[in-house]
Design a protein around this ligand. Structure first.
Ligand code: ASP
Length: 623
């Protein structure tokens, strides 16, 4: 039977329908049970004789029944299908649900962020988020429709690219084919969209992902999506007018009201004087209640501002306020070219503000090579560096480039103003936690050493010791091995370690690093025993052994002597274990840190690390 959506049932009174969806709620009334069936279109009530069913909330079902009028007293005016119900005839359980780890029938603000994001696929079932995510889709759809109607071409630009100075830290991606070199993820498609103007497309747009490694805030994430626009043969007012028409058309078509049209325009100076900031909220309390949108433009920003970290490494210099690719205002072009009155040079930048947020911004670009060069020169870049980093732009501008300008809107910020949501995560399907952890999947995460080796990467950062510790714990966890971890005062010798751990010295697993010619190997021995060099020399396949220096130990393991764990496999070196370690059931060792020890079964250790087990100790008591 063809599937009917919940919302369509109202038009099918008296007909037999087949519905599919989640069980959204269950109300037992004696012999009769009411179930809410929820699908993408909404909710419809099913009426069932009690003995017919055994389902609970969030089970996924297929239900067949006849649409009937509800008794007068049972009509629910709040529900689109509130006048009808479906008298169930048969039902198939498609998927069973366990009890949910979080409620989904509330607005969810009260639930801990980590729990919500861990189970984001459940969290997203809540009506508020369904609405937000669908609004996001509709917003992007209307924007596309508008731009296509104005003869724009949608063009994708690369994600693996070269760093663009948008004022943030880059996310870097190591190159496997050219070890030691890196791609940068784009902070915005700025340079490519300008190159598309050089290519003659004239009207470009893209729904573009932008990545910036900045500290996270309520309204700022590592990734965001922009409506990114660029146009040729335009002046500042042309771009602003097109954009204003787009924003007005789109948000009004979605049912929103705009406070003032055309959008008021403030100079930067005026806005600082009036509002003490370059983003502000023009709504009265009454407007806020009605969900009205108060847009305004801000123009005439200073091009440069002072910085104590200029590109030339000196103590004081200049940096851009908005976008280094911008054109200064006509009357200030000469100042820029002759590097005069830097503090007074104004840029063609325009920012769009709405309800206190900056929801967009852009500029007319400096399409003359001399202008672009002068901007970077003011900022302390030497000619060589300019050529190195932006030579491709200067070059492109030397083959005829239409004057151009554009702008970009952050989709999430726009949505936050539309919905009144205070956090970015409420308008993004799979956001990160405020600590930068991804939803559901645990990223960032450690990767296999093989992957790092393939990329020519060794991680010897300050945090290596604690990441090594994490690695060991992760390894033990994923192997489902039981272990105890203890935190204690800083210890370096095995004797001190045994004392603070309150464990026999013989349980201590001492990891020693030796060199066999150029190759490091690890010898693991019980802390109460000594390495017998003669025996070591006769070890299976090993000759010319010498002990590693402290610097070499650090180089190989990334940690200092006294903290090296017996997991040589984690630094990809062969591991030899002395038989003497088998005298105890348990072993204990410093796990990469002088202040943390892990105690586990000797047997588990062997099965995880798979050392070559031989006898190379003195004073072994075989028992
Ligand atoms: N690239 C700018 C930004 O991401 C927007 C623009 O000037 O078009 O903020």
């Amino acid at each position: 039977m063809k599937r009917t959506l919940a919302s369509e049932t109202v038009k099918q009174l008296g007909e037999k329908v087949s519905l599919s969806g989640f069980v959204g709620g269950r109300r037992d009334h004696g012999k009769i049970v009411f179930l809410d069936l929820r699908d993408r279109s909404g909710v419809v009530q099913l009426v069932i004789a009690k003995d017919l069913i055994d389902v609970r909330n969030e089970d996924v079902i297929e239900a067949t029944g006849v649409v009937q009028k509800r008794p007068e007293a049972m009509i629910n005016p709040k529900l689109a299908t509130g006048t009808i119900e479906v008298a169930l005839e048969s039902m198939t359980l498609l998927s069973k649900s366990r009890e949910l780890p979080l409620p989904i029938d509330t607005d969810g603000y009260e639930i801990n962020e980590e729990v919500r994001l861990k189970y984001r696929y459940l969290d997203l079932r809540r009506p508020r988020l369904q609405k937000n995510i669908k609004l996001r889709s509709a917003l992007v759809d209307r924007i596309r429709q508008f731009l296509f109607s104005k003869d724009f071409t949608e063009i994708e630009t690369p994600l693996l690219t070269k760093s663009t100075p948008e004022g943030s830290r880059d996310f870097l991606v190591p190159s496997r084919m050219q070890p030691g070199k890196f791609y940068a993820l784009p902070q915005s498609p700025q340079q490519y969209k300008q190159l598309l103007m050089a290519a003659g497309f004239e009207r470009y747009f893209q729904i573009a992902r932008c990545l910036r490694d900045e500290d996270l805030r309520a309204d700022r994430g590592f990734e965001h999506t922009q409506v990114d626009i660029e146009m040729s043969f335009v002046e500042r007012e042309d771009v602003m007018a097109l954009d204003e028409e787009m924003i007005t058309t789109v948000v009004e078509s979605l049912g929103y009201k705009i406070k003032e049209k055309p959008f008021p325009v403030f100079t930067y100076e005026e806005s600082m004087k009036r509002f003490g900031a370059d983003k502000f909220d023009l709504r009265m309390d009454e407007d806020k209640k009605k969900g009205i949108l108060a847009f305004a433009w801000v123009v005439d920003f200073p091009f440069f501002e002072k910085t104590d970290q200029p590109a030339d490494g000196s103590k004081e210099g200049w940096t851009f306020t908005h976008n280094p690719f911008s054109m200064p205002k006509k009357e200030h072009k000469e100042w820029l070219l002759s590097k005069k009155n830097i503090d007074k040079i104004l840029t063609t930048q325009y920012d769009l503000v709405c309800n206190g947020y900056e929801v967009g911004g852009g500029s007319i670009r400096g399409h003359e090579p001399e202008i672009l060069h002068a901007v970077f020169s003011v900022m302390g870049y030497e000619d060589k560096k300019i050529e190195e980093q932006f030579g491709h732009m200067l070059q492109a501008f030397r083959y005829g480039v239409p004057p151009h300008g554009g702008l970009a809107h952050g989709i999430e910020r726009l949505l936050m103003t539309l919905t009144g949501e205070p956090y970015l995560r409420e308008v993004v399907a799979f956001p990160m936690t405020s600590g930068g952890q991804t939803s559901i999947m645990d990223a960032p995460s450690f990767v296999a050493d093989e992957q790092l080796a393939e990329l020519g990467i060794q991680t010897f950062s300050e945090s290596h010791s604690s990441s090594l510790y994490e690695k060991i714990i992760t390894l033990l966890e994923s192997a489902k091995v039981s272990y105890e971890q203890t935190e204690h005062e800083r210890v370096v010798t095995s004797e001190d370690a045994a004392r603070v751990r309150n464990a026999p010295l013989s349980e201590g697993a001492k990891a020693l690093i030796f060199y066999e010619d150029e190759s490091p190997v690890m010898l693991v021995i019980a802390a109460d025993l000594k390495v017998d060099t003669k025996l070591v020399k006769s070890l299976h396949g090993i000759k010319n052994l010498r002990m590693a220096t402290p610097v070499e130990v650090k180089k190989v393991s990334g940690v200092d002597i006294g903290a090296v764990p017996p997991f040589g496999n984690l630094f990809r070196i062969p591991v030899y274990m002395d038989e003497g370690l088998r005298r105890n059931d348990m072993i204990v060792f410093n796990a990469g840190l002088h202040t943390k020890s892990v105690r586990m079964k000797e047997r588990d250790y062997e099965s995880l690390v798979k050392p070559v087990v031989e006898l190379f100790s003195k004073n072994v008591n075989p028992e």
